[in-house]
Write a protein that binds this ligand. Structure first.
Ligand SMILES: Cc1ncc(COP(=O)(O)O)c(C=O)c1O
Length: 454
């Protein structure tokens, strides 16, 4: 599938930028890639890029240069380097996501910070009486835990209520997701309430699904939702992002997950002028009140280097055929290929069809492992890490009353999935190691109840 087909989770082709192609000889070879990631621990099958991302050594060198620039002459850096450098990073991102104006783009530490920005604003609206008590925030049940905790911290305690929509999983079509969400929004505005905020993941974390984000935002508009926040922590570098087409009010994506930046950096897109919206960085410093992008550019003395290397990352990705689009396409195709290989070895299924996957894919685990709780999933993950040197997240799928679940080749119900990731440094052997570890557990009649201790 072409990378463009996955733009915004739909099948529309909008190839508005043609990355300048280096001559073939300038592309990184396999051995160049190995040396870019030579700092990775050897002997570990890292099939979990999704949790923490990765950063190549050429970008780490660029980061070090920014750090030294500060340490060499801090005044010069503060007055002449920092603001200009951050603007250059914001300009690259603004172009990449098709924003109208660079002022719509702020740099923050991570998606968690962006959630705080949005939810603190919602909390203020409740506590200052602009929203009615019991007005709602609607989201899928698998919204990221830190986002749910932020709702608890900033919104629930000042009178807001929440509606959680169950994400169908395993899922076979976008329609299933869209109609479930529409129902949730109707619940959100029952009894005369207003849905003040909908939170939509572009790519959910656990379980991982590429969501039909554009359609979901459209449904929000049709159902009278006041504002939409897209948590796209995994999006940049996984799928094409066009914020104008998506049409949300707020959109955040980490750049340290799939865009090769060092930890940590995220961009936060805010459609309207942040000063009109009373949107602020949670850490208040000298620039409070000067617009979110400027507020975020100085939140006290700290290391800003991870936010300054975005132009260097662009140079890095151009050294792959097709640039970042080529990387995304190959990651997707290879993750799906490896996912299907695991399904066939274990006699299980994919959690979503290939067109609803990115460089991360969910694969059912054999029922014989008897994963019966979240704790079991954590135990299995720890076993794989400690005893088999495989880093992979495990998801427990609790079935609700009446749900039958999907069966594996042994006619047992699949109660857990692994989420594999594929990034440029991965090799087929990484997935084969995972395959063999699980196959051997089943062969040895091990279950989550009798795994070797870690
Ligand atoms: C959907 C989603 N939202 C938010 C986050 C939080 O990202 P961070 O820890 O970088 O703030 C994650 C992290 O994996 C995520 O998957």
């Amino acid at each position: 599938m072409a990378a463009d087909d996955r733009r915004n989770g739909d099948s529309t082709n909008h190839n508005h930028r043609d990355p300048k192609k280096p001559r073939l000889s300038e592309f990184l070879t396999e051995s160049d890639i190995r040396s870019e990631f030579a700092h990775h621990h050897t002997g570990v099958a890292r099939v979990n890029n999704g949790s923490f991302g990765c950063c190549p050594s050429s970008v780490l060198d660029a980061q070090r240069e920014w750090q030294l620039r500060f340490l060499r002459q801090p005044d010069e850096f503060y007055f002449n380097g920092l603001r200009r450098g951050l603007l250059a990073s914001r300009a690259v991102i603004s172009d990449l996501i098709n924003a109208d104006d660079v002022d719509e783009v702020s740099l923050v530490d991570n998606a968690t910070t962006a959630a705080a920005i949005v939810l603190q604003r919602v909390g203020r609206c409740f506590s200052e009486g602009r929203y009615q008590k019991e007005d709602t925030v609607v989201m899928f049940h698998c919204a990221f835990q830190s986002v749910k905790k932020s709702i608890q911290a900033y919104v629930s305690r000042v009178g807001g209520s929440t509606v959680e929509v169950r994400l169908p999983f395993p899922v076979s079509s976008n329609d299933e997701i869209v109609s479930a969400f529409r129902e949730g929004l109707k619940k959100g505005r029952a009894n005369g309430r207003t849905v003040r905020l909908a939170i939509i993941d572009h790519i959910t974390s656990m379980p991982c699904v590429l969501m039909p984000v554009r359609e979901l935002v459209k449904v929000c508009r049709e159902e009278g939702v006041e504002e939409v926040f897209v948590d796209a922590a995994h999006a940049i570098g996984s799928v094409k992002v066009d914020v104008k087409e998506i049409g949300a009010d707020y959109y955040v994506s980490n750049l340290h997950k799939w865009f090769f930046c060092p930890p940590s950096i995220a961009f936060f897109y805010c459609k309207k002028r942040s000063s009109e919206l009373d949107v602020h960085h949670p850490v208040v410093s000298h620039e409070f009140g000067n617009g979110l992008a400027i507020e975020s550019a100085w939140i006290g003395t700290r290391d800003y280097s991870s936010q300054l290397v975005v132009p260097s990352v662009m140079e890095f990705v151009k050294r792959f055929e097709g640039g970042i689009d080529g990387i995304m396409e190959r990651n997707h195709d290879e993750a799906v290929r490896m996912g299907l290989m695991l399904c066939s070895a274990w006699g299980t299924n994919l959690g979503s069809p290939p067109e609803m996957c990115v460089g991360m894919v969910m694969i059912g685990l054999p029922s014989k492992l008897c994963v019966e709780s979240d704790d079991d999933a954590v135990k299995l993950r720890a076993y794989l890490r400690v005893h088999r040197s495989v880093e992979v997240p495990v998801y427990f799928l609790g079935l609700r009353d009446g749900e039958e679940g999907v069966k594996d080749k042994d006619s047992g119900v699949i109660t857990a999935y692994v989420r594999i990731s594929r990034q440029v440094y991965n090799e087929t052997e990484d997935y084969e190691r995972l395959r063999d570890a699980i196959t051997e557990l089943v062969k040895d009649q091990r279950t989550c109840q009798n795994l070797p201790p870690v």
